[in-house]
Design a protein around this ligand. Structure first.
Ligand SMILES: O=c1ccn([C@@H]2O[C@H](COP(=O)(O)OP(=O)(O)O[C@H]3O[C@H](CO)[C@@H](O)[C@H](O)[C@H]3O)[C@@H](O)[C@H]2O)c(=O)[nH]1
Ligand SMILES: [Mn+2]
Length: 733
């Protein structure tokens, strides 16, 4: 008898059909546009216009290229459902290691990190099969103190969550919300006691933080320090003999003479250390600000990993990153809606979504390279995995049916070996970061590692349950959003301009074309900065100098441009509305796209180019997780906060000013000279840019609050704008 399936998926047929038809029609119009530019337009312009023609042509080419790549994403969108009740009995479930990373106790306050830890300690999964590892890249006694306190509080928290089937297992949010209230007396009393314990726990952390650490500073952390590994608690080995998953603290060795490879380096250390302690076949990876919001996520993920039909080639199950703090309006598109709601379900219908840094259940074996150790002798293995015999012994035998008994000896005897595995020289002369583990080639280690896994033939699955499995904190101010975006885009460009360029390397590796296109789209996304900058400057300067860029309104070619414009806007609106967004979401996303193209995409590309030529070193500044209440309030009200680095704001304000000038003077000029039909396209473009970016105008002229655009920025921008106009009047004649 055939057993019932653990999971099902279905193609969203209507979306796919509409998308494909639209793609076909839109491409015909794109081809017509190029026919106009290359054949009709080029033959009629005077030679002196050629430079502008070329810039506009390049912009249109890039936009069309990116549009084409993007069309691959939702070729076959799918949705999935799981049946955890059909999973094998508990003692047959595989063990899971959970990795949480933190890097900076100032930007990532320990209370938040510990809440993440508590939320996963209470996962609904056999306790003896869970092991939680915290990587502390910030190396801080405060974090170490906090995790010890966490263990004590977990003695109350974990049994409470399990007993009452609490879903919100992150105490900070549990006590804030009023859901899940069970009215039994016993429950209410217990809840009250635990809330008191939690408040005490918080108070202890607060005091420790205030004192800049704890009284008994145990370790000397600093920019250079030795490895610190502590088994914080073992199952059933605590005061009250309560069962809690294993909890391990790891702060790897740091030495400024050795590169530490940021998060990817930290994860690889955890892979090795856990490899000789619990060595579970599956790993859940979480950023420190991403707590579990549904304890059944592990079982949901196992519905895919244990499905014999897909399991052999399945590397990871990706859940979407969702956030507890995005507002309804989400003016900075912090939720990255287009990625997690539109693109990943689309890629799921190809060979799978990209790896997204956090919220995924990974198969350990996939990170060890395919078949790499099958026919290798010991010296070959050492060349790949480094010299630890202990680690090599565990390599081929992941602990499938862990019962927890082995861990005690590990804890006592093998900490020394774990320290060797966490030292900064361990990876020398090995393939870690290159072929094995999380890869170091780019600062977007998630994107790149996932890409190489897919190139090797692994697949992935996207699962987006109605109740968010994990909730994180999104950036809620412009500065953090754009700085984070700059880092991502720098990492993406790094991949694009390397031998791993997705369109080439992917195709050589026989990755399906559509999947390659999706990877190539993301890597090429920073290139939007070129058309964005060009189209915000050149047509405007040409307008002021009476040079037409687009066809006359009376010409049939004008229809082609109008169609492309409306079709792009309309199709995007359809995508947004169809996935639960509103007109407002759609409009915000346009603005954010423009803002990012001018800033984050631009600086990201610049950063990558400087790195390429050796002028800059790779860096990974962790995103700030401390909230500024003023800024948060403005975000929640949907008011832009322009308190951001001048580097980011000045270009935006300059371009908006230029468009104001070109719109006002340009309209007057065309009406006065009777050339509206000739230059209408350009007048309209300025108008569109101004309407979309109205909040910037508001911040410049009408607002006086703390989040408005400072006068100094406006003045500087006006200066730059005058400079642009001046250059324009010399060259554009
Ligand atoms: O040297 C470092 C730097 C960062 N981190 C940790 O990495 C995680 C992600 O860092 P964060 O500053 O939050 O970066 P984000 O840009 O918000 O992260 C997104 O982008 C990263 C890739 O750039 C992915 O790794 C993340 O999972 C994804 O959420 C955090 O837990 C950090 O503590 C380290 O462990 N070591
Ligand atoms: Mn983050």
């Amino acid at each position: 008898m055939e057993t019932l399936p653990l999971q099902e998926w279905k193609v969203q047929k209507y979306s796919a059909i509409i998308h494909r038809i639209h793609t076909l029609i839109h491409s015909i119009f794109i081809l017509s546009m190029f026919y106009y530019r290359l054949i009709i337009n080029l033959n009629t312009i005077p030679l002196s216009f050629f430079p502008y023609w070329l810039i506009i042509f390049i912009s249109e080419l890039l936009l069309s290229f990116l549009w084409l790549l993007n069309s691959a994403h939702i070729w076959t969108p799918v949705s999935r459902s799981v049946f955890p009740e059909r999973l094998p009995p508990e003692d047959e479930l595989p063990a899971i290691d959970i990795f949480v990373c933190t890097a900076d106790p100032k930007k990532e306050p320990p209370l938040g990190v510990m809440n993440t830890i508590l939320s996963v300690l209470a996962l609904d999964y056999p306790i003896e099969k869970l092991s939680v590892y915290l990587s502390d890249d910030g190396g801080s006694n405060l974090t170490l103190y906090a995790i010890n306190e966490t263990w004590k509080f977990a003695e109350f928290w974990v049994p409470f969550c399990r007993k009452y089937g609490i879903k919100k297992t992150c105490p900070e949010f549990y006590f804030q919300g009023d859901d899940e209230i069970n009215s039994s007396k016993e429950f209410l009393k217990e809840r009250e006691n635990i809330q008191k314990e939690y408040e005490d726990f918080k108070e202890r952390l607060r005091k420790a933080q205030e004192n800049g650490g704890t009284e008994d500073t145990i370790f000397h952390f600093g920019s250079n320090h030795n490895t610190v590994i502590e088994i914080i608690g073992q199952r059933g080995k605590n005061n009250r003999k309560i069962k809690i998953p294993l909890l391990v603290y790891v702060s790897r060795e740091k030495n400024s003479a050795h590169p530490h490879h940021f998060k990817a380096g930290a994860l690889n250390v955890l892979l090795r250390v856990s490899g000789i302690i619990s060595n579970s076949p599956y790993i859940l990876i979480l950023d420190c600000d991403m707590h579990s919001n549904d304890p059944s996520s592990a079982r949901q993920a196992m519905c895919f990993h244990l499905d014999p039909k897909i399991s052999p080639s399945l590397a990871f199950v990706q859940f979407p990153q969702r956030f507890h703090n995005v507002s309804k309006n989400d003016i900075y598109d912090s939720a990255l809606r287009a990625i997690f709601v539109v693109k990943w379900p689309g890629m799921d219908g190809l060979i799978g979504p990209m790896l997204s840094g956090t919220c995924f259940y990974m198969k350990r074996k996939a990170l060890y390279g395919t078949g790499i150790h099958k026919d290798m002798d010991i010296s070959g293995l050492k060349k790949c995995f480094g010299s630890s015999n202990e680690f090599l012994n565990n390599l081929t035998s992941t602990n499938h049916k862990q019962n927890g008994s082995g861990i005690k000896e590990f804890a006592d005897n093998k900490i020394q070996e774990a320290k060797v595995l966490a030292s900064c020289t361990y990876e020398q002369d090995s393939q870690w970061g290159n072929q094995i583990g999380f890869l170091y080639h780019s600062v977007v280690e998630d994107y790149f590692t996932g890409f190489i896994l897919h190139c090797k033939g692994w697949k992935s699955v996207f699962y987006n349950p109605t109740r968010p499995a994990f909730l994180g904190s999104a950036t809620t101010n412009l500065n953090d959003t754009l700085i984070q975006g700059t880092r991502w885009n720098s990492g993406l460009i790094e991949v694009l301009f390397s031998r791993f360029c997705p369109l080439i390397y992917g195709l050589i590796s026989r990755m399906p074309l559509l999947e390659c296109m999706c990877y190539a789209y993301l890597a090429s996304q920073p290139l939007y900065c070129f058309p964005a900058w060009f189209l915000a400057i050149i047509p405007q300067l040409c307008l002021l100098n009476g040079i037409p860029i687009y066809p006359k309104v009376s010409s049939p070619w004008f229809m082609v441009y109008s169609f492309l414009f409306l079709s792009t806007l309309g199709k995007y609106l359809w995508e947004v509305v169809q996935t639960g967004g509103t007109m407002r979401t759609w409009w915000n996303e346009w603005r954010v796209w423009m803002i990012k193209s001018i800033t984050a995409y631009f600086y990201g590309s610049l950063d990558a180019i400087l790195k390429l030529f050796g002028f800059r070193k790779a860096s990974f500044l962790p995103t700030n997780k401390v909230v500024d209440n003023d800024q948060l309030k403005r975000y929640q009200k949907g008011i832009y906060d322009f308190q951001a680095s001048k580097m980011l704001i000045v270009p935006l304000v300059t371009l908006v000013t230029l468009n104001m000038v070109s719109f006002v003077l340009g309209s007057a000029k065309v009406i006065f000279e009777g050339r509206l039909s000739d230059l209408f396209g350009q007048v309209f473009l300025s108008f569109f840019i101004l309407v979309v970016n109205y909040p910037i105008i508001e911040g410049m002229i009408f607002r006086k609050d703390k989040g408005s655009i400072p006068c100094s920025v406006t003045l500087l921008s006006i200066l730059f704008c005058i400079l642009l106009l001046f250059i324009g009047s010399i060259f554009v004649m």
